[in-house]
Design a protein around this ligand. Structure first.
Ligand code: MG
Length: 253
């Protein structure tokens, strides 16, 4: 297995600077979300804001991704491409933003209701936010990664939701995706414990919860991941550094 890069306090500070711009961008976008706005307009606003901070959108051009942010609606889980689609009252929008500044990345996502949404959607969003909080709370030196995965999975399944297995959280730093992978469930491999968490690790924790099956498929655009059964999905993500005392969230505004 590839090595996990531990970050120095200076590197964590740089990731905090990148992460703050991620948080600010998500805040700005969430305030723009309303019925009638297109996902392309959100992408443009994000690109402008990130550029104005002297930073770069991490996703633009990543393996050929054509936009600055990901916008995924309803049954779309992650990696949706912004475009002409206009949001409608009752939609569930997921916004995923990555920013690179001074050689380091921050990565975070939120789920945003468009206008007023059904109680089903509200419950799904709440459970996903709680699953993220549970995962973050488990991040302490000496803890096995399995415990983090288990906390997320338990929170989701207790509420009657399924966690996506085909996509995971990840280490982050100089690269957008580093070791280790952070599954939102405990892999079935016998006795899998995962690495022991250490001070200086930086992880993107990102539960994706589905109202129905955990199964996914990718649309013909080659990017957009949707639920196999067409039921809605929610996503929340933070980039978090592990300090001696526990987690430090780096992607708050
Ligand atoms: Mg991520």
């Amino acid at each position: 297995m590839a090595e996990i890069n531990l970050k120095s306090p200076l590197e964590v500070a740089k990731m905090r600077s990148a992460g703050r711009i991620v948080g600010e961008t998500l805040q700005l976008l969430s305030e723009m979300v309303e019925p009638g706005i297109s996902t392309k307009e959100l992408d443009s606003a994000a690109a402008d804001y990130i550029r104005a901070q002297g930073a770069k959108a991490s996703f633009k051009g990543y393996r050929g991704f054509p936009a600055s942010i990901c916008t995924s609606v309803n049954e779309e889980i992650v990696h949706g491409i912004p475009g002409a689609r206009r949001l409608k009252e009752g939609d569930l929008l997921k916004l995923d933003v990555g920013v690179a500044l001074d050689g380091y990345h921050g990565d975070a996502a939120i789920s945003v209701p468009v206008g007023s949404v059904s109680e089903e959607i509200e419950r799904l969003m709440g459970a996903t936010r709680d699953a993220l909080s549970a995962g973050i709370a488990a991040l302490k030196p000496g803890v096995r990664l399995r415990e983090v995965c288990s906390s997320i999975q338990r929170t989701a399944e207790q509420r009657g939701y399924n966690v996506v297995r085909d996509y995971t959280g990840h280490g982050i730093g100089r690269e957008l995706h580093e070791e280790p992978k952070v599954p939102n469930y405990v892999p079935r491999r016998v006795m899998w414990q995962g690495p022991v968490l250490e001070q200086g690790m930086a992880l993107a924790i990102e539960p994706m919860l589905n109202a129905g099956t955990h199964r996914t498929k990718v649309l013909s655009d080659g990017w957009t991941v949707v639920t196999k059964d067409g039921r809605p999905s929610a996503h929340f993500e933070h980039t978090v550094a592990i300090d001696a005392d526990g987690p430090i969230i780096l992607t708050l505004s």
